[in-house]
Unconditional design. Structure first.
Length: 73
């Protein structure tokens, strides 16, 4: 596997939290960020298509006049 380097800016507080997590997990901050990014990509890949499909379906219902009014509970 080949790798690439990313540079990111995060708030100081987030950096501190990531560092603490890395220490607790006995991992490098780079490894923690790689795991987080892998998780995001998997979640995005699985959920995003469904989210988009739901929006398209909702717009089709709107175009067809199938509108349910929103009411606050």
């Amino acid at each position: 596997m080949t790798t690439a380097t990313l540079s990111v800016r995060v708030a100081k507080e987030m950096h501190e939290q990531i560092t603490e997590i890395a220490k607790a997990e006995r991992r490098t901050t780079s490894n923690i960020l790689e795991l987080a990014l892998e998780s995001f990509v998997v979640q995005y890949s699985e959920l995003h298509p469904q989210f988009r499909a739901d929006i398209v379906a909702g717009l089709a219902q709107l175009d067809a006049g199938e509108v349910v009014p929103y009411q606050r509970g």
